[in-house]
Each structure stands twice: as structure tokens, then as C-alpha cells.
Write a protein that binds this ligand. Structure first.
Ligand SMILES: Cc1cc2nc3c(=O)[nH]c(=O)nc-3n(C[C@H](O)[C@H](O)[C@H](O)COP(=O)(O)OP(=O)(O)OC[C@H]3O[C@@H](n4cnc5c(N)ncnc54)[C@H](O)[C@@H]3O)c2cc1C
Length: 410
């Protein structure tokens, strides 16, 4: 493998990287290598994690932010093709309700939906007829996005993109990348060096390592002293285990995106019952800005993931909120977990070229699962072909750098 020169090496085999490898593999005469570790079996033994190590991520199209509305729409409309191509089921269409305390924001959402023909319905006064098993906060404004909304399985999405990419000839290397350095020969442009000593030679490289882009010295040769500006925010999730009978009772339950406070929480999101690999059913709830904390070094991030609990007080609050939304829910047990989302200063993703033949796709801002298919495509077309074919203005997704601090990069 070391003698081969790839047209493209994608660093990071998570949601965006796997989508990017798939799209590159669909271009003719392009050789691709996707590098990144698989999901760890035991979190105590590793220091690199991914945001896709779960069974449920909410997807929907209505968004007040133009970029996320565009990229989520393009992504979601193609997921059925990917399911067909690979035979892997990714999406569960449950619809999604957006719950607002602020009536003005709700009306803005309805207006976005109307302008873009997304068919969001104002069910503020009729929700009880549609979802009689739910309880909504008093006076809440509610938009029901019935079409092209529900939850997707991020593990299956990664698997599907990788399967389709491999069918088209992509190599998959399950290693962690230490750095990317310029080549000293004219035969290839970049060398991707892994922690176990493999050196991959390539003409183009695309970094899609999520929050770890700022925690490993991947950019030390291309932008010495700087790292992509990404704020890593902790996310706690509460898993409420329920019986199969309860799961069947709630079979019509939609996903929920909640911008309405409850006790210490300012909002959150809910994923309907899913059967997890342990054979048990769980309803899941995560939070909004309340309880988010920042993590800025690799050691802090590793510790957060290895705790595998999230913030216990937050798990309690989420449990109470979920029981309020689902009156009479029979809960058998509760557990928490922690993950991290990476945020850019302007809330836009980074899709950019940082040096000749060196692209990046980073900054999911909490929306990266439902948008990864399109973010991967855009980044590959930009890196390999120099093309930008999107309604999102190119200027919006430029990378922002910050000076590297001593303890940030490993
Ligand atoms: C609790 C939680 C809930 C969420 N809910 C939603 C939701 O409902 N809807 C939604 O759309 N989004 C949601 N998200 C966000 C979404 O999961 C992320 O935005 C998305 O996963 C980002 O994709 P990514 O490819 O940038 O990062 P990841 O999916 O994390 O992939 C990055 C990959 O890079 C690899 N990597 C890192 N460093 C290296 C290295 N040095 N060498 C090689 N590989 C490396 C990692 O192993 C990982 O696999 C949620 C996130 C969390 C944490």
C-alpha cells in the first residue's frame, strides 16, 4: 500500500468523512483511501471517539439558518437512494414537531417552511388530536414537519457510505492519523502519517475529523501555530428504558425539537423509542444550551467520553422533562451518556481548501448527522474538482483559524 499514490485520502471515517469517501468513489478514475478508527469496543482503551456511536439522530429540513436548511434538504432527499444501493436501512420516518415558547420564532419557522414548500403545519391548537399520548407545555406554539423528517441511525449511515465507497474501490484503513505533511518528491503532494507508522501518499487530502481537528497536530505543516477554531461542547443524553409494549403504544410518536424551557433546561430534543443492540427499547432526550460545558484539550475530551455518564443532574432533568411530555410513561431504568459537538464561531460548517490539494469539512454545529451526505459531497467536489455547486454562498463556509495553545494539541 505504501507505494501507491492515491488521488484522495480522507482523514476521519465518521459521518462526513465516510460520505466524502463515497462521493469521491463515484467520480471516475479517482483512487480513494479513507482512514480512521472504527467505533471502540471498550471506551477505556482509546482516546479518539466519534459523534456517530449511537442509534438515533433527528433529521428534519425546516431551519431558520439558510445553510443548514439547504444542506439538510439535499442530504435527506438522497438517503433513500443510499438505502437502496446498499440494502442498509438508515431512516425511520416519524415526522418531527418543533415546539416553541416564542411565538414569533415559531411564525418565522412556519414562514420558512411556506417559502420553501416544506409543508410544515401549524398544529398549536390541534396537536392533541394528532398525538393524544403527548403533553405539551402550556401555550406552546407547535409546527409539525410530517414529510422528510424522523430519525436516522448514524452507525448505519456510516456503514452504508463505507460499504458503497468500498464497492467502488475505496480502501479503508482503520488507523489514527498523526499528521499530514507535504511530500518532498514531485510524484505526489501530501503524505498522511498514521500513529502506527503507515505513510499514505496522495495528491489530495481531506480532513474530516470532527472536533479532533483542533486536538491533533494535523495542520502543523500547512498552517504552523494554528488550528481550526472549533468550540467543543459537552452533550448529555438521558436514555429511558421502556418495555416493548410501551414502545408499541408510542409507535406514532414523532421526533421533537424543543425550544421551550422546563425547570433548569432551556429546551432539547427527543428521539422516539428505538430498539438498541442490547435488545432493549429506549426513548432518548438531549438538551439545548443549558448544561453545555466546553472541553479544550485531548485529555479533557478523552475523560468526558470515558466517563460514559454525562452530567448526572442533567440526566435527572431530562428524565423529568420526558415524563412530562409523555404522561404515564412506564420507565424501567434510566442511564446517561456523554458526547461532544463541535461549533464554529458563526454557526456555519467549514468546507474549505487550506492549501493546494488540502480540503477540510468540519463543524457539524449539532446538525452534522442529517447534513453529512451533502457536506461530504460538497467538500469532495471542492477539493478534487475545484467546483462549488450549492445555494449556500461559498464565502459562508470558509475556515476560521485560531492560535494553537500549548495544551490544546496533543
Ligand atoms: C449527543 C449528540 C446528539 C446529536 N444529535 C444530532 C441530531 O439529532 N441530528 C443531527 O443532525 N446531528 C446530531 N448530532 C451531531 C452529529 O452527530 C455531528 O454533527 C456529526 O457526527 C459530525 O460529523 P463529523 O464527521 O464531523 O464527526 P464524527 O462523526 O465524529 O466523525 C469524525 C471521525 O473522525 C475520526 N478521527 C478523529 N481524529 C482522527 C485522526 N487523528 N485520525 C483518523 N481519524 C480521526 C473519529 O474517529 C470519527 O470517526 C449530535 C451529536 C451528539 C454528540
Amino acid at each position: 500500500m505504501e507505494e501507491k499514490v492515491f488521488d484522495l485520502v480522507v482523514v476521519g471515517a465518521g459521518l462526513m468523512g465516510s460520505a466524502a469517501a463515497f462521493h469521491a468513489s463515484q467520480l471516475s478514475k479517482i483512487s480513494v483511501c479513507l482512514v480512521g478508527p472504527p467505533e471502540p469496543k471498550n471506551r477505556q482503551e482509546v482516546e479518539i471517539f466519534g459523534c456517530w456511536h449511537d442509534e438515533g439522530r433527528v433529521y428534519y429540513r425546516i431551519s431558520p439558518l439558510h445553510t443548514w436548511q439547504v444542506v439538510s434538504s439535499r442530504s435527506i432527499e438522497r438517503l433513500a437512494n443510499l438505502e437502496e444501493l446498499t440494502g442498509i436501512k438508515i431512516c425511520t420516518k416519524t415526522g418531527c414537531i418543533h415546539i416553541y415558547k416564542d411565538k414569533k420564532k415559531h411564525e418565522e419557522n412556519i414562514e420558512v417552511s411556506r417559502q420553501l414548500d416544506l409543508e410544515g403545519q401549524d398544529i398549536s391548537h390541534t396537536w392533541k388530536n394528532i398525538f393524544p399520548f403527548l403533553n405539551m407545555p402550556e401555550g406552546a406554539s407547535i409546527c409539525y414537519e410530517e414529510k422528510c423528517a424522523g430519525h436516522l441511525n448514524p452507525r448505519r449511515l456510516v456503514e452504508a457510505h463505507q460499504k458503497a465507497a468500498q464497492l467502488a474501490g475505496t480502501h479503508l484503513l482503520k488507523e489514527i492519523v498523526m499528521t499530514v505533511r507535504p511530500s518532498e518528491t514531485m510524484m505526489h503532494r501530501w503524505e498522511v502519517v498514521t500513529e502506527s507508522g503507515t505513510v499514505l501518499q496522495c495528491q489530495q487530502v481531506l480532513v474530516a475529523t470532527g472536533g479532533y481537528a483542533a486536538l491533533k497536530p494535523l495542520f502543523q505543516h500547512v498552517k504552523p501555530g494554528f488550528v481550526p477554531k472549533l468550540e467543543l461542547r459537552t452533550q448529555t443524553v438521558a436514555f429511558l428504558q421502556i418495555s416493548e409494549e410501551e414502545a408499541h403504544r408510542l409507535w406514532r410518536m414523532p421526533c421533537m425539537v424543543i425550544r421551550h424551557p422546563f425547570k433548569n433546561l432551556d429546551g432539547g430534543y427527543v428521539v422516539p423509542p428505538i430498539k438498541y443492540p442490547d435488545g432493549k427499547w429506549y426513548v432518548k432526550m438531549g438538551h439545548g444550551r443549558a448544561y453545555e460545558e466546553t472541553r479544550s484539550s485531548l485529555a479533557e475530551v478523552t475523560h468526558w467520553y470515558q466517563q460514559q455518564s454525562g452530567v448526572p443532574e442533567c440526566v435527572q432533568q431530562l428524565t423529568q422533562y420526558l415524563k412530562y411530555l409523555l404522561p404515564g410513561l412506564k420507565v424501567e431504568s434510566v442511564c446517561g451518556d456523554g458526547c461532544l459537538t463541535s461549533h464554529t464561531p458563526n454557526g456555519e460548517p467549514y468546507i474549505d481548501i487550506v492549501a493546494e490539494g488540502f480540503g477540510v469539512v468540519l463543524g457539524g454545529n449539532g446538525y452534522g448527522a442529517k447534513c453529512s451526505e451533502e457536506l461530504g459531497r460538497l467538500s469532495v467536489h471542492l477539493t478534487l474538482l475545484g467546483e462549488w455547486d450549492s445555494d449556500v454562498p461559498r464565502e459562508r463556509v470558509r475556515i476560521i483559524w485560531e492560535a494553537e495553545t500549548v495544551n490544546k494539541v496533543h
